[in-house]
Design a binder for this molecule. Structure first.
Ligand SMILES: [Zn+2]
Length: 308
């Protein structure tokens, strides 16, 4: 959704639950913040050096989730579904207090985050929101993985393809325009894994909090969760959700079309790091009031105010 002004949450909201990988219970509080504050995590279980800014340069690990870390080696992990919820609900500024090292996985999707934040509401701040406007196509390849971004005038669009050797997941592709009013199929899509990978993941000390309550588990051509899938494109939709969360780490909402094949947290982070190295790839802009219509119709490029 295009908006002129930066937003924050109307009032504090609290989420509690288990961390997917650590198995630790934590409480997350999202608090309102002033303009240009950005999204900032604060580890309230620590007395000092406990501030971690949500920025792609602070990503220290992308193994099965996105982990942010500050220069004092204080980290917070599995931030991506919460960040995706902030992308979708339009929040630019928030202080996120967490009393442990991992954001709760909730039901494996961003459903509860999005629905609760929507219920509580967001408010406009005085400063204008900055958008990242893509100037030219930029792409990154890594073996069979591919990601590119191209200019797009009025929204973030994501075209994602995943290819699994598992027959049930197989090849899935979906295209999502984040300006669409109804993104329910995206924000309710759950994280997933193959049954045969669980033992290996657990051996690596991860997925300690994983269960059929917070992940879709696929065994051969069966879904082990009794309720089945929420949508026939749930797998690829979840990858798109992850991408939105990881891309909010750019610090901006993006006016661009992303094409991604076989991507994930690692590719998204490598991409942002490479993209921002070349200043000619983008400008940051603010929108003009006169060009925003109630229906957020197409915006001519020449009506956008450029603050390059
Ligand atoms: Zn995910």
């Amino acid at each position: 959704m295009l908006d002129l002004f930066q937003k924050t949450i109307l009032k504090k909201v609290v989420f509690k639950g288990i961390g997917l990988h650590s198995g630790l219970n934590s409480e997350v509080k999202i608090l309102p913040a002033v303009e240009n504050h950005g999204i900032v995590f604060k580890r309230t279980d620590l007395d000092q050096n406990n501030i971690i800014k949500a920025n792609f340069e602070n990503v220290c690990s992308t193994t099965l989730c996105t982990t942010l870390q500050n220069k004092f080696n204080v980290s917070v992990s599995t931030v991506e579904h919460l960040l995706a919820a902030l992308y979708i609900t339009g929040i630019d500024n928030a202080l996120i207090e967490i009393n442990n090292s991992e954001v709760p996985i909730m039901d494996g999707s961003s459903k509860e985050f999005v629905e609760t934040i929507t219920q509580i509401g967001v408010k406009n701040l005085k400063a204008k929101r900055k958008y990242l406007k893509i100037i030219k196509k930029f792409e990154l390849k890594e073996n069979e993985k591919f990601i590119s971004i191209e200019p797009n005038v009025d929204s973030l669009k994501v075209d994602f393809q995943l290819v699994y050797s598992n027959d049930l997941i197989g090849k899935q592709r979906n295209q999502i325009n984040f300006a669409d009013a109804d993104l329910k199929n995206v924000y309710t899509s759950r994280t997933f894994c193959l049954f045969e990978d669980i033992e290996k993941i657990k051996k690596n000390g991860l997925a300690k909090g994983g269960s059929l309550e917070n992940a879709v588990v696929v065994k051969n051509n069966k879904i082990l969760n009794t309720e089945g899938l929420r949508d026939n494109k749930e797998f690829v939709n979840h990858k798109i959700l992850d991408l939105a969360g990881d891309f909010l780490l750019s610090g901006y909402r993006i006016l661009g079309s992303v094409t991604c094949i076989q991507g994930g947290h690692s590719l998204s982070n490598l991409f942002l790091r490479a993209f921002f190295k070349d200043r000619s790839n983008y400008v940051t802009i603010e929108l003009e009031e006169s060009i925003l219509t109630k229906t957020y119709l197409k915006i001519p490029t020449n009506k956008l105010a450029v603050n390059a």
